[in-house]
Design a protein around this ligand. Structure first.
Ligand SMILES: Cc1ncc(COP(=O)(O)O)c(C=O)c1O
Length: 393
């Protein structure tokens, strides 16, 4: 019913994916890419090359046809109802209507929350490797970053709880940003891991932001557990999630933030000055209400892409010892047995004409890895993998 094999030309749409790579991946670097721009295989920024659900497009069209796009916020109680129904059905988790606020993105929300909640001499803990914007949010707010390295046990990453404990016991560490499930390693944390991490935070009076933006993109045999489901009464826990990754609508700039502490919400309401885009609200509501079938099709397709990648690597580059990500459409591949380069992003752009994100872009504890975005038609994936193979063999 939905065609994920379709190749869609994204040139001339102001897409980061096709036009933003120079600034994002190679700022300040001396780089010579011999492939023509339109011939690059793009497997970098975390959006998808798939057309979004027709139900979402219809809802956006309908709102557009109304003809007036004035200042908007989410007043419609049905928005909460459809999000609530989604989280209840999918994760057995709900939250109160008054706890839900919105933001143009999870990243802007992180920047703001750190600004509002962390004092100048305080520190923020993240787990590494990490989505780089966690670090950027800390740096932007001139705070001190504290990193705890995940440990790869036969390619599956685990939290070093002893290290986390020691670091959280520093009274200056007052905030942790946690990625559930985890980008870039693809881990779906178990209930036991979530509890251990949560307990360590709250026992040490650390506010925890759980970034759950990838929560709908799990391999079929996994189940997402929202951190908040385990700590329903914990006011020091803030949850961020969004339709953006799930439904490929990051450009619509709308995300959900659940803030239970009324004092924090008061600060948020006083200082969070943006309005909502009325088209985004219509699209997000339709996504949660009518997007399930499309998402089921997407998950099938992504599972297939992961199998395809695994078969390819096992056969052609077996020393990568690749493990399929438990969640996300991002594959985390240890390419170190085949390439010895600090800047793998540059290496593969120049040598293979493939845009991907090398380990150097994930803060720390990520040398020798590449992150591949598998949310592309299978034919594109195959082309990219052949090019990667040719570049390293
Ligand atoms: C863990 C994580 N958080 C947040 C984002 C981006 O969030 P937003 O587009 O809502 O700002 C991404 C995008 O890749 C991500 O991987």
């Amino acid at each position: 019913m939905y065609n994920f094999d379709k190749i869609i030309d994204r040139e001339n749409t102001n897409a980061m994916n096709t036009d933003g790579y120079m600034d994002y991946l190679f700022a300040g670097q001396d780089i010579e890419i011999s492939h023509k721009k339109e011939d690059l295989v793009r497997m970098w920024v975390a959006d998808m090359d798939f057309e979004i659900a027709p139900e979402i497009l219809d809802a956006i069209r309908e709102r557009l046809d109304h003809g007036i796009l004035g200042y908007s916020k989410i007043f419609d109680p049905d928005y909460y109802k459809v999000v609530h129904a989604w989280t209840k059905r999918r994760y057995g988790w709900t939250f109160k209507r008054e706890h839900l606020v919105s933001s143009p993105g999870v990243i802007p929300a992180l920047y703001e929350l750190l600004e509002y909640l962390v004092k100048a001499d305080e520190k923020v803990l993240i787990l590494t490797p990490s989505y780089a914007f966690f670090k950027h949010a800390v740096d932007y707010n001139h705070l001190e970053l504290v990193k705890s390295d995940l440990i790869a046990v036969e390619g599956r990453y685990e939290i070093d709880f002893e290290d986390v404990k020691t670091k959280l016991e520093d009274p200056k560490v007052t905030m942790a940003i946690f990625c559930n499930p985890h980008n870039p390693t693809g881990r779906v944390w178990t209930e036991e891991e979530l509890r251990q991490f949560g307990d360590l935070c709250f026992d040490n009076n650390v506010t925890l932001i759980s970034d759950e933006i990838h929560s709908d993109l799990l391999r079929k045999e996994f189940q997402h557990i929202p951190m908040d489901k385990l700590y329903p009464d914990e006011k020091r826990l803030i949850t961020c999630f969004a339709p953006s990754k799930t439904f490929n609508m990051a450009g619509m700039a709308i995300s959900n933030v659940v803030i239970k502490d009324p004092e924090i919400r008061k600060i948020w309401d006083a200082r969070h000055l943006t309005f909502e885009n009325p088209l985004s609200v219509a699209g997000a509501k339709a996504a949660y209400e009518k997007g399930q079938d499309w998402l089921d099709g997407l998950i099938d397709y992504l599972d297939g892409n992961f199998e395809f990648l695994k078969d390819f690597l096992d056969e052609r580059l077996p020393e990568t010892n690749f493990k399929i990500s438990e969640a996300t459409y991002l594959a985390w591949v240890n390419i170190a047995p085949y390439v010895n380069e600090d800047n793998l992003t540059k290496f593969f752009a120049e040598k293979a004409g493939v845009l991907l994100e090398g380990g150097n872009m994930f803060v720390d504890n990520s040398d020798g890895y590449i992150r591949l975005n598998l949310a592309v038609p299978r034919s594109v994936l195959e082309k990219g993998l052949n090019r990667i193979y040719d570049a390293v063999k």
